[in-house]
Design a protein. Structure first.
Length: 567
């Protein structure tokens, strides 16, 4: 190819060289933190072969991006621009929201909760803005026309149009052979794509154990006519104030003697889908990954004990398309549910109160009923979950473009005051507990000092697994049993103790329950509490999936209890 001196000063050449420089700058800015950290780690531990492979993949990945950017065919170049831009923006948005790089466990978690994208973007506004900016910038960088005019050179470059897919496949293959690892520090332009490819392959090839048939039968009459399991959303026990007349949860403080409080408890997982699946599907402390896939569901046990089974999903209104099922629920599971309630156009502040109306309506029927209800609770964005005139603590997250932890705490106090405190005030006013037991907990906790509030997969804040556990009933014998149990297991209980407790109340053999599910709340909790943050179903192995939590520790953030706003 013969290039005249003046060609070096042509607009096309200058634009092409500027585009090349912009591409390298884009790769540098979006990767330097995790690239440097990974290189430093490998050098520090003397992993020279892995370092060589890592750097080799990096060099090839950059070369592949250059090949994508200089494709002569505009449609091919635009295709790769969009693909790489989506990957880059996803990686950057995740980093802005969490302060970490995406992992395959994060990918699965995000995909499972994809119907919550609107609420997540409203809460993590900066992440959404970042994603949009990087998406546009990346497309613009790749849209710059290539420098080369030689037909021969353009023809050879065109033949390399699928080379940019190769590093994606290589990183995905490494992840598949290394049980989900090997993505660390890889270019953000390909990392989410490689993770998505690896997760897709695993999803298609992962063998799911067969769920065991229901073989148990009750050996005694149920201890209570009606059982209600209330699973709140994102509630921390240390944000419930029991002091009389407090401004945070005054109604609950006024009804303190009606709560049997197990203190700080450990969630099964720090993400909604996993935590609810563990509770509904009878997961055990000893082997949660296998048991959640093989044990009968709580619905099957309840039906065999003579209960009408009812499921109420207070968050279903945010599922805009398809069937309103979430949290790993399947159509096979639904077959054992007699009453299935979802919502459509109910405003977020009203969801929990309409849910309570359904609970009371079901409890007034002629048949004993087992109800499992998912409240909307403190689901983010917090400020959308309570009426504007209930902003007792200000300033809130909705009042600023870049919320501080203090503003996040104010918003959290407001929604807990509305969706938990006022909910229980209405429950005690309207619900007959004389022949009903209510087991109340939250799916997971919240970390309120910045970054992800929950669902962190790598080294999560223990606050994400911190939940309340209360029992409500007016049946004298059960009240005595649970009061003794709460004294025995204060700050020691976990979600894994709930299923054996429910089966005990339904009349199943105590020996069978303990042998299969471990001790109930009526027995000493000997197991070390933990919560799961990675794969629930063992997709990439089950090593290092437990996060220990000290239930006697003080997890309150600094200035967690501010003064209310003055009138």
């Amino acid at each position: 190819m013969r290039i005249a001196p003046t060609d070096f000063f042509s607009f096309r050449t200058v634009a092409g060289l500027a585009g090349f420089g912009a591409l390298l700058a884009l790769v540098y800015v979006t990767n330097i933190v995790f690239f440097a950290h990974r290189v430093e780690f490998l050098i520090k531990h003397g992993k020279w072969i892995i370092l060589s492979i890592f750097l080799g993949i990096w060099v090839f990945s950059v070369l592949a991006m250059v090949i994508a950017a200089i494709q002569p065919n505009w449609f091919v170049r635009l295709f790769w621009a969009l693909v790489i831009a989506v990957s880059t923006s996803a990686s950057r948005a995740f980093f802005v929201a969490s302060g970490a790089e995406m992992s395959p466990y994060d990918f699965v978690s995000l995909w499972t909760a994809r119907h919550e994208v609107d609420r997540a973007l409203e809460f993590y506004q900066n992440a959404g803005i970042s994603a949009a900016a990087w998406l546009l910038l990346t497309v613009l960088v790749f849209a710059v026309p290539p420098v080369f005019r030689s037909p021969i050179l353009r023809r050879y470059i065109s033949r390399l149009m699928w080379v940019p897919a190769v590093p994606i496949i290589i990183v995905a293959a490494i992840m598949l052979t290394r049980n989900g690892s090997g993505y660390d520090g890889m270019p953000s332009q390909i990392q989410p794509l490689a993770i998505g490819l690896a997760v897709s392959v695993k999803s298609l090839t992962h063998e799911t154990p067969e769920r065991m048939p229901m073989t148990w039968q009750p050996v005694a009459k149920p201890a209570i006519r009606n059982i209600v399991v209330l699973i709140d959303e994102s509630i921390r026990p240390d944000y419930i104030d029991w002091l009389p007349g407090n401004p945070y949860t005054p109604a609950m403080a006024g009804h303190k003697d009606r709560f049997t409080d197990f203190g700080q408890a450990a969630a099964g997982a720090n993400c909604s889908a996993k935590a609810n699946a563990l509770l509904r599907l009878g997961a055990t402390w000893a082997d949660p990954v296998t048991s959640v896939q093989t044990n009968p569901s709580i619905w099957q046990y309840a039906k065999a004990a003579g209960y009408r089974t009812v499921y109420i999903d207070g968050q279903s209104g945010f599922i805009k398309s398809g069937k309103k099922i979430q949290n790993y629920m399947t159509f096979t599971e639904i077959k054992d549910i007699d009453g299935f309630y979802t919502f459509d156009d109910t405003p977020a502040p009203d969801l929990d109160f309409e849910l309570l109306d359904i609970v009371n309506r079901e409890l007034s029927g002629d048949t004993p009923v087992f109800i499992y209800a998912n409240k909307n609770g403190a689901h983010f964005p917090y400020d959308a979950g309570y009426p504007a005139d209930e902003s007792v603590f200000v300033p809130t997250m909705a009042m600023t473009a870049e919320p501080t932890p203090a503003e996040r705490i104010n918003s959290y106090h407001n929604i807990v005051r509305w969706s938990v405190d006022k909910f229980f005030d209405k429950l005690f006013d309207q619900t007959d507990l004389s022949d009903t037991l209510v087991v109340y907990t939250s799916d997971h906790g919240q970390a309120l000092n910045g970054g992800f509030t929950h669902c962190t997969t790598q080294d999560p804040d223990p606050r994400q697994g911190l939940v309340p556990l209360y029992v409500l009933t007016e049946e004298p014998d059960l009240l005595r049993r649970f009061s003794a149990a709460a004294r025995l297991n204060h700050n020691r209980a976990t979600h894994f103790a709930i299923t054996p407790t429910l089966l005990d109340l339904m009349g199943y053999s105590a020996a069978n329950i303990k042998a299969t599910y471990g001790p109930s709340l009526f027995e000493p909790q000997q197991e070390s509490p933990y919560f799961i943050s990675k794969s629930l179903f063992g997709m990439f192995g089950i090593d290092d999936f437990r996060n220990p939590i000290d239930l006697n520790a003080d997890y309150l953030e600094e200035n967690a209890f501010p003064e209310p706003a003055k009138d």
